[in-house]
Design a protein around this ligand. Sequence first.
Ligand code: ZL4
Ligand code: CA
Ligand code: ZN
Length: 391
Amino acid sequence: SQSCPDGAKRRVCYYYDRCIAGVDYGEDHVMVPRRVDMAHALIRSYGLLGDMTRLRTRPATDAEISGFHGARYVGLLRDLTPEGFGAGGEVARRARGCNVGAVSTYGRSVDNPPVAGLWDYCQRYAGGSLAAARALASGEADVAINWSGGMHHACRDKASGFCYVNDIVLAIEELLGHFRRVLYVDIDVHHGDGVETAFVRSNRVMTVSFHQCTEGFFPEQRGLIEHVGEGTGRLRAVNVPMKKGMDDDGYRRLFEPIMTRVVAVFQPEAIVMQCGADSLSGDRLGHQNLSIAGHARCVSFMRSFSTPLLLLGGGGYTINHVAACWCYETAVAIGKNIADDIPPHCYDGLYRSQGYKLFYPADKNMKNDNTDTYVTRTRSEVLQNLSELEA
Ligand code: ZL4
Ligand code: CA
Ligand code: ZN
């Protein structure tokens, strides 16, 4: 294989389960699990599968998922079917308060619908993240990948933001059985609220989220700079709020100095990175302006610490961009350069709007509300909090 960005190879293991591709949130829902199948097909067509070990594993068990989620909520997810959810149904009654199948004024279920095959889907993506964590803990791999994971909003007893089971919390708990300190980094355009909350009082987990923080943007009132963790976890939650239109340059001027300081003060023994691709330019939900190179630069930066690294998916709603991004980040994990031209494969027609190129351009005309002053001030406020931890 070819030259590598930072001159060193890594042993990479990769989880992919094609059952996940068939899951359907509803025909007009923005979350499309098939994007992971598209990423996989692209990864295969670039010949990257031969550079990784494929992780084969069983779906997560009820007991494993109950390591974070409450018994009543787990029972509900297991029993949930679109049919059983009908008006007045027993399951609909049990789902109250769990934020599943909330019905809009149009009579359609919205963010977290009672998807057919929901429990199997959750067990599979959570099983993948657990297996990936175990591969790092045993020392079998330096980098482990599960693009179907990264469901950072799910709470102990309720679904949120398209996420039902929080595979990230489960994977971090698994890593804590083997490593003293685990760092969590989240570059999805949304705040990583479910993970932050789960470890808000922990001094063994540091959570860092970069996210859009503008009026009305989900999840509201979360991820402010001054939210720094509580009790023994104080100063171990780090939040980097951004306005619309963030570009590669501004993002890098926040990400690299902040993550350098985070690693220096916290000294993680393992790193979990949620690589939500909705921070890319042209996303259907996000309003940032990162190129794939800018997004992947963050992955490459975290990889350069040579600490066991778990890479997870997350959001990403312009599905051709998502697949291109996660394919390139797989190449970055391996340490291999790949060509810009998308090789012929089963989904190649879906890349027409980006000229059949992997590296589609960011939007040259988009206004960036993150002024130099804003970036500088945000960076210095975050670094100020981190210096308190040093003291
Ligand atoms: C949609 O078009 O801000 C769901 C969701 C379904 C189909 C047709 C239904 C039309 C955008 C979003 C009505 C949709 C109204 N359909 C949705 C407060 C809200 C209540 C629900 O990337 N309405 C809730 C969640 C966010 C809210 C973001 C990000 C996940 C992750 C990790 C989760 N929810 C307002 C919105 C559509 C839809 C179109 C939508 N939902 C956009 N933002 C939200 O961080 C995976
Ligand atoms: Ca984030
Ligand atoms: Zn998101």
